[in-house]
Ligand binder design. Structure first.
Ligand SMILES: Cc1cc2nc3c(=O)[nH]c(=O)nc-3n(C[C@H](O)[C@H](O)[C@H](O)COP(=O)(O)OP(=O)(O)OC[C@H]3O[C@@H](n4cnc5c(N)ncnc54)[C@H](O)[C@@H]3O)c2cc1C
Length: 455
């Protein structure tokens, strides 16, 4: 008699299911720190919606947990294995099925890499705005399931704002289409929006209809260095309140600036306390926009302001932002947070974080998408030192508590996953939390879809 996993392998084409430890190990975890990963039963790499249905029917029959996965760049442990689970890697379903220039939509499979879609639509003069920093690696399915944000979300919005409709395989194997293709539509509850950000706990996305926009003009950049972080934040508040719509508004705190300088000499001043990098993509209006943003920064006490005049200068000014990930990674193990607070509370967030760093004896960097109030406090620690790891966890938890105290959220874009699960109830409140449990029970009565994540 065959085992359940042998039964699944036999029901699917050769090679779709793999079970050897060397292969399955790769799929055990995403890119988050401090999140346990179980030992899976195997990995399925389906090539079609039919095959996903086969997997979920089998999983329902045998009560096997299924963990959907994209590129595993997630930062909350949401794609981590649980013991005995089948990992469902969607990377093989990576076709761009259609780009419709009249309706300005793209129909794609979930394994398409974000940057591949962006490049494909750019060829016909269109633009898919959601641009997580992981855009060269992460998949549209992962972006949808985490409602990913990114650099230009400050102007254009997050992934949810560009989703018209989805095809989803439900826990029992049934296929459902939610949403629509048209620009407008209000028929029934918005199940599309419910699926977006559900972290693989309500269904497996096998196709998405995404809204596109006409391609913007190339952006021009402004960068400003400040002697205090409070000045930089006041400048942001003034720029955003002025009616300007920057297409990027990023912040680097002093610890991040130092990490970048240590990683690569970019001529950033040693005593810089904060840096703002902002862009405008309004074509002929962009030079005036970046000049006006620069003027506000100067009035707000910036010690250095640089305004690009062309694409090459813009690229140079954004280089520091691009260096953040490698520079931070070079410091050691990191625990990346992504709290968001109202813009008016950003100064309090930064001050609170400095106190948390001092109280816990940890190094906390704080780059972030400041235009959205979404910061990435990053605790650096020595993974081999248990005391340092415990203090890092304490600092991380204190930052989430602080964000809630400041009327913010525990996660602006990375999701809850495993990492922030114990904090969700605190943010939502009892009634809202119970409603969410009820929704989960409707979609997944047996609890086989990505169990132990989010709720
Ligand atoms: C260097 C770096 C930079 C980053 N920058 C950003 C950023 O700027 N903005 C941002 O928002 N995030 C960022 N992230 C986090 C991460 O890239 C995003 O969360 C991304 O959306 C995850 O996509 P993925 O394909 O890697 O999904 P995975 O990590 O594999 O999975 C993420 C979640 O999606 C679910 N999932 C995946 N595919 C499906 C599917 N087809 N159906 C149902 N559920 C599915 C998984 O179960 C899991 O819950 C960054 C990560 C790194 C490492």
């Amino acid at each position: 008699m065959s085992t359940p996993i042998e039964e699944l392998a036999a029901a699917l084409p050769d090679g779709v299911v793999v079970t050897d430890a060397a292969s399955t190990d790769t799929y055990r975890s995403d890119s988050a720190s401090f999140c346990p990963a179980g030992v899976p039963l195997g990995v399925a790499r389906p090539a079609s919606t039919d095959q996903v249905q086969t997997v979920l029917r089998w999983a329902t029959r045998h009560r096997v947990p299924v963990v959907p996965q994209g590129a595993r760049t997630g930062l909350s442990g949401a794609a981590n294995a649980v013991d005995g689970a089948l990992m469902l890697s969607m990377l093989g379903m990576n076709r761009i099925l259609r780009i419709d220039e009249i309706d300005q939509v793209a129909i794609v499979e979930p394994g398409v890499i974000n940057a591949d879609l962006s490049r494909a639509v750019a060829e016909v003069g269109l633009f898919y705005p959601p641009d997580p920093s992981s855009w060269e690696l992460s998949t549209i399915g992962g972006n949808l399931a985490t409602n990913a944000g990114g650099l230009c979300c400050v102007k254009y919005g997050v992934t949810a704002d560009f989703v018209r409709g989805l095809q989803v395989v439900l826990a029992g194997g049934e296929v459902v289409r939610v949403g629509r293709r048209t620009a407008k539509g209000v028929a029934g509850y918005d199940l599309t929006r419910l699926m977006v950000g559900s972290e693989g706990t309500l269904g497996v996305i096998t196709e998405a209809t995404l809204a596109l926009r006409p391609a913007p003009e190339p952006a021009l950049t402004m960068a400003a260095i400040f002697a205090t972080a409070a000045d930089a934040m006041t400048a942001v508040a003034r720029i955003m309140a002025s009616g300007m719509r920057p297409s990027m508004m990023e912040f680097l705190d002093k610890a991040t600036i130092r990490a970048i300088q240590a990683y690569r000499d970019m001529g950033l001043p040693e005593d810089a306390e904060a840096m703002l990098i902002a862009q405008s993509d309004r074509g002929p209006l962009a030079p005036a926009d970046v000049a006006a943003m620069g003027a506000i920064c100067q009035e707000q006490g910036a010690v250095e302001v640089a305004v690009a005049e062309d694409a090459a200068e813009s690229a140079m000014l954004t280089e520091a932002r691009r260096m953040v990930s490698p520079a931070v990674d070079a410091l050691g193990a990191t625990l990346v947070d992504d709290v968001a607070v109202p813009r008016a509370r950003l100064v309090d967030l930064l001050a609170g974080m400095e106190k948390i760093a001092a109280d816990t004896g940890t190094l906390v960097l704080c780059p972030g998408h400041i235009g959205d109030g979404n910061m990435h406090p990053t605790v650096v620690f020595d993974r081999g030192n248990a005391d340092a790891a415990a203090r890092a966890q304490l600092a991380f938890d204190s930052i989430m508590k602080l964000a809630l105290e400041l009327d913010g959220t525990i996660t602006g874009e990375h999701g809850v996953g495993l990492l922030k699960r114990s904090w969700l109830r605190e943010e939502l409140g009892e009634t809202s939390y119970r409603l969410q449990q009820s929704i989960k029970a409707v979609f997944d009565p047996l609890g086989i879809l990505n169990p132990g994540k989010v709720l």
